[in-house]
Design a protein around this ligand. Structure first.
Ligand code: BES
Ligand code: ZN
Ligand code: ZN
Length: 466
């Protein structure tokens, strides 16, 4: 699909007519649509001659995105190749977002070749708005290209996307987007006391990869660090998941993949913050060399961890990556980790919502604003001081699993808190995307599978910083 801006009407296969209601419509169309049970509230879509009618009772941004997603999905099923849209009073960003995310499909594994859609969309705007909207359009295209790239990565099977694939992808994206890129293997992890991360990947035939991407603009206003959980597969390890619990665990690279997506947008968006993207790409498997419940691991900051459940592996990987980030990056203003960390997050907030946790109320407020602006759903899971002692271990400093204490998502976050330096406590937030990163059925304008969660959210966060 290609989207263009136009100052004048064009000849297109289809012309979009959006309808709030049927009141002022030409008689012949009104009758036809009524006969077809056309409903403006339910985003009905009907094609009559060369006009495509779209029911649009609400112009709220999220409603617009859903409507334009449905529109593009409908046109894809027809023979029509071009569409003209009059922007009028509609929100431009929502139109482009609905079309760009709505057109996405994941067909990599279909044996029958799916023909590439060649749909051309022309959005007619006022000549006075043309140049500003064209600049915006370029930026939006970069964002949605990268959100869809993240979806592709997360949807790709664990056999086809390994920790090494993650570092190769990072190197490629770095070249395309003028980023610095450092990649380290397991010998680096051992040499640098990153034993918690190392232990998780030990039984896999794929070597763990620590990836560090950096975006350095000319005039930086501050330093932001994103740390992503990149479990290319999570079998649970020796604390093996159930058969059903394992089916979609290729999605456990959702956080790391989102970091790749975020980093790939920064240059196109001209962001004026130095941004670091750090990814722990690891596969959690079983085998003779697997780490075990009962093992004690010493993380990079010397904290000792009693492993009580090898399926609580994400926090082990993130612990060392967070230490690495704070040792290697100077003058941090914001440090966020993004992870499909706990199933309990889905129980707490449902399938579509990202959980945010952290100490700073001010910072969380900024995230709620970014949530509103981006349309990504975010809910808070609150800390309290009585929960903190629960992660204590009798034999080591802390344990990675507390059994049936409840509040598992918050406890995971409190575990991570042990790896945040004092000076960074109020700069840190943890994002649990277990529910929002992947959904087998899809929802709203999200195709079944990966959603690219947190990319749009955190780009809005940076944009709003100014
Ligand atoms: N990757 C899973 C969390 C997950 C579950 C992500 C469902 C997406 C969908 C994580 O590593 C995990 O298994 N967490 C355990 C922690 C427990 C053992 C303390 C969980 O949530 O059950
Ligand atoms: Zn796990
Ligand atoms: Zn996991």
């Amino acid at each position: 699909m290609k989207i263009y801006l136009q100052e004048k009407q064009m000849k297109c296969d289809l012309e979009l007519i959006t309808l709030k209601n049927l009141k002022n419509l030409e008689k012949k169309y009104k009758k036809r649509l009524k006969d077809l049970n056309f409903s403006c509230k339910n985003n009905s879509i009907e094609i009559i001659n060369n006009k495509i009618f779209l029911g649009l009772a609400s112009k709220r941004q999220e409603d617009l995105k859903i409507a334009f997603c449905l529109l593009v999905r409908k046109i894809k099923k027809t023979k029509f190749k071009s569409l003209q849209i009059h922007k009028k009073a509609l929100n431009f960003e929502a139109i482009v977002e609905g079309l760009s995310l709505g057109v996405y499909e994941f067909t990599k594994y279909k044996s029958k070749e799916v023909k590439k859609e060649v749909l051309e969309i022309n959005i007619i705007v006022e000549p006075t708005d043309f140049s500003t909207l064209n600049i915006d359009l370029k930026k939006y295209k970069s964002i949605y290209k990268n959100v869809n790239m993240v979806r592709d990565i997360v949807n790709t099977s664990a056999e086809d996307f390994t920790p090494l694939s993650m570092s190769e992808k990072a190197i490629k994206l770095a070249k395309e987007n003028s980023l610095e890129c450092k990649v380290y293997g397991e010998s680096y992890l051992l040499k640098n006391d990153m034993n918690a991360m190392h232990a998780v990947g030990r039984a896999s035939r794929h070597e763990s990869q620590l990836i560090h991407l950096t975006y350095k603009p000319k005039n930086s206003k501050g330093v932001i660090v994103f740390v992503g959980k990149g479990l290319t597969y999570d079998s649970g390890g020796l604390s093996l998941k159930s058969g059903a619990g394992m089916i979609n665990m290729k999605c456990d690279k959702g956080g790391g993949s989102a970091v790749l997506g975020l980093m790939s947008c920064l240059k196109d968006l001209n962001y004026e913050y130095e941004v670091h993207g750090i990814i722990g790409a690891v596969e959690n498997m079983i085998g003779g060399d697997a780490f075990k419940p009962g093992d004690i691991l010493r993380a990079k900051n010397k904290t000792t961890i009693e492993v009580r459940n090898t399926d609580a592996e994400g926090r082990l990987v993130l612990a060392d990556c967070l230490c690495y980030a704070q040792d290697e990056v100077k003058n941090i203003d914001y440090i966020f980790d993004i992870a499909t960390l706990t199933g309990a997050c889905i129980t707490a907030l449902g399938s579509y919502t990202t959980a945010v946790m952290g100490h700073s109320e001010k910072l969380k407020k900024k995230i709620f604003k970014a949530s509103k602006d981006s349309g990504e759903l975010v809910g808070e899971l609150p800390f309290n001081r009585y929960l903190f002692p629960i992660i204590k271990s009798n034999i080591a400093d802390i344990t990675n699993s507390t059994g049936s204490a409840g509040g598992s998502s918050i406890l995971a976050s409190m575990f991570l808190d042990r790896f945040i330096k004092k000076e960074n406590k109020n700069k840190w937030l943890h994002f649990d995307i277990a529910g929002s990163a992947f959904n087998e059925k899809g929802w709203a304008y999200h195709y079944p599978g990966a959603s690219g969660a947190s990319v749009r959210l955190l780009l809005k966060f940076i944009k709003n910083l100014k």
